[in-house]
Design a protein around this ligand. Structure first.
Ligand code: SF4
Ligand code: SF4
Length: 148
């Protein structure tokens, strides 16, 4: 009886407080801006420097370049760019080293699939993943201009 009264007391105490649960997936969850979500890739910004692939600790980025089709321009352009989300740990290193912000994080996180093959995302998929792009991609929370 005492236990029941205690339980009822807790229920009454929390009746007027704000709910801490979400109606997900019926209502989308807005993640904080520093959230490390699925990357967006912009092929036009990519200079094929391979820095993202080199720093990736799980080696889940595979990419290739090709000569610039415009004879007036030097350098290479991106040909293929794939991320294997079976092993990507969303560590953010690829986006931090990218000098042109061709690869940036978004706040999107939904990757559930019925097949492992579906976790292999190509450049078209990554380019179309262009919603909720993180505003602050190259600042890891440090004050702009360095520490004072
Ligand atoms: S977030 Fe980390 S693990 Fe994923 S592709 Fe980038 S560097 Fe690799
Ligand atoms: S670091 Fe950026 S510019 Fe360099 S290859 Fe990767 S995505 Fe392209």
């Amino acid at each position: 009886m005492i236990g029941m009264m205690k339980g009822l007391g807790v229920t009454l105490k929390t009746l007027g407080t704000r709910k801490s649960t979400y109606k997900y997936p019926d209502e989308p969850i807005v993640m904080p801006d520093r959230f490390r979500g699925i990357q967006h890739f912009d092929p036009d910004k990519c200079i094929v420097c391979f820095q993202c692939a080199r720093i990736c600790p799980t080696q889940c980025i595979t990419m290739s370049g090709k000569p610039n089709p415009d004879p007036e321009k030097k350098g290479r352009v991106i040909d293929t760019y794939d991320i294997n989300f079976e092993i990507c740990i969303l560590c953010d290193l690829c986006t931090e080293v990218c000098p042109t912000e061709a690869i940036v994080m978004t706040n999107n996180f939904e990757l559930a699939a019925y097949s492992r093959d579906e976790l292999f995302k190509d450049r078209v998929w990554l380019q179309e993943n262009n919603t909720n792009v993180r505003k602050d991609n190259n600042n890891i929370g440090a004050p702009k201009g360095g520490a004072k």
